[in-house]
Write a protein that binds this ligand. Structure first.
Ligand SMILES: [Zn+2]
Length: 472
């Protein structure tokens, strides 16, 4: 006689189900009619829906049998110091925008403003499926940490810093912070200490300098050393235009990436933002040093950085360089949608190389998820749906034009989706967005507060955001 022992289902906190569960595990397995079980904020099982439901009893069941389920996405470059979306004067390049609009806007932001901006940015990113972001240097760090902690998002950040002694000299640089290299390094170390003292496990430190001609070699090397000593992440803008490359060639006789390497400031705890002007040697240096990259395609296109001429996205991807996708400050990109960045990351290199295989849909989806987590050195905790990892989960609604009719979830996501398809978002097992609404924040009130701040700042810096067409 065979006695079948009845096995009691295991109690868990949450189960999320979907028609397609993309795990991004080492074999990139996709479960058709799959599910993810979560306990204490951590993924405890991934498998077929029927098996997971039979083996577990969930306090909360998010049962979406038609949905695509994806690991939380990463935004590899999102400033919280930012300016009014849509108000940036049209037609100017990077330097003109920085001088007339961006830096004056930053200087006008109070601690309260930063608190509101941080909540608003997190609300928008979460709404569109971003669960982790890199903030490349903010001001009023403590207010930012408090705001982000309320929202439940994950982030890496520090205080934005420079010493006005780089290849650009003192011309046109933001003057609301005047520090020498030693004081700048103290500010960076204090920033790491502040984030660690704050003690929220979702908020991690970074050593954040500006980097485009604004920092001395002593500061750049010191910041790189600091990130190694403190086991942090060194974040800076680098090789963002041909003008920057020419400036560094004039000053140092080397291109920006080669110069960082020469002074011993490149290693595997460095995240280089933008990187739109590279040559093959730069790619080899990045690969050999283990440095990481964030690509910001909308920002690059809007500011006419030449990303399809002097970018090396295919070469960097082929070299296995960990690459995140970012949106940059919202005044530049006008959106915080990693789905849109993913589409551009797949398509721009194809046109550049006249090769439809230059960057595959799978590579673009990896950049948005596991690649982004790896670029931020968080890949052991997030970036895939596997037992032991944090339960950062995005559920896409497929019952709309973005994703339906659905045949191949990878192709449909990369080419067709926008953040508006995101229905539900969990971070560490907490349901932060459900049916396209924040569960924690009054999003309408937040938008109204941001509009008030923007109007005040635009008045203070003398920018009129009116359209160029006659307004009657
Ligand atoms: Zn930036």
């Amino acid at each position: 006689m065979i006695v079948t022992e009845r096995i009691e289902p295991v109690a868990v906190d949450v189960i999320v189900t979907g028609a397609w569960v993309l795990t991004l595990n080492a074999r990139r397995e996709i479960y058709r009619h799959g599910a993810v079980a979560v306990a204490d904020g951590v993924v405890v099982a991934v498998g077929h829906r029927a098996d997971i439901l039979a083996g577990h009893r969930a306090a909360t069941l998010i049962d979406e049998p038609d949905a695509i389920v994806l690991p939380g996405m990463t935004n590899g470059h999102r400033h919280l110091l930012c300016c009014a979306k849509g108000a940036m004067p049209e037609g100017g390049g990077t330097l003109a925008a920085l001088r007339a609009f961006i830096y004056p806007s930053f200087a006008a932001l109070t601690e309260d403003d930063m608190h509101v901006y941080a909540r608003y940015a997190a609300a928008e990113m979460l709404r569109y499926g971003t669960t982790l972001f890199e903030e490349p240097g903010c001001n009023h760090l403590e207010a930012v940490l408090e705001a982000l902690a309320d929202t439940g998002i994950r982030a890496r950040t520090g205080p934005w810093t420079w010493d006005q002694a780089g290849s650009a000299g003192r011309d046109g640089l933001p003057d609301w912070l005047r520090l020498d290299a030693d004081a700048a390094l103290d500010r960076l170390a204090e920033g790491v200490a502040t984030v660690r003292k704050f003690g929220n496990p979702r908020l991690r430190d970074a050593v954040t300098i500006e980097g485009v001609g604004t920092c001395s070699d002593a500061l750049t090397r010191g910041a790189a050393d600091l990130a190694l000593d403190l086991d942090s992440l060194f974040v800076l803008h680098k090789s963002t235009s041909e003008a920057e490359v020419e400036m560094e060639l004039r000053t140092f006789g080397e291109r920006p990436v080669a110069h960082m390497h020469s002074i011993g400031a490149l290693h595997d705890r460095v995240l280089l933002n933008h990187m739109t002007s590279l040559d093959d040697r730069d790619v080899a240096i990045v690969r050999d040093t283990g440095a990481r990259i964030s690509q910001n395609p909308t920002s690059a296109l809007k500011l006419a950085k030449g990303t399809t001429r002097t970018g090396k996205w295919k070469e960097l991807a082929d070299a296995g360089v960990p690459m995140a996708l970012g949106t940059d400050a919202e005044n530049v990109s006008n959106h915080q949608d990693i789905c849109r960045a993913m589409q551009l990351a797949a398509l721009l290199p194809r046109d550049m190389h006249r090769d439809p295989n230059a960057v595959t849909a799978e590579q673009a989806l990896e950049m948005a998820t596991l690649g982004g987590a790896t670029a931020l050195r968080m890949q052991d905790e997030v970036g895939s749906l596997e037992p032991g990892k944090q339960a950062d989960i995005v559920v896409f609604d497929t019952d709309d034009y973005d994703l339906g009719p659905l045949h191949n979830p990878v192709a449909n996501l990369v080419y067709g989706s926008t953040g508006h398809s995101v229905d539900t978002v969990l971070v560490g097992g907490d349901v932060l967005v459900r049916h396209k609404r924040s569960t924690r924040l009054d999003e309408s009130a937040l938008r109204a507060r941001v509009a008030e701040i923007n109007h005040r700042v635009l008045r203070e810096i003398g920018i009129d955001p009116s359209p160029r067409w006659p307004v009657l």
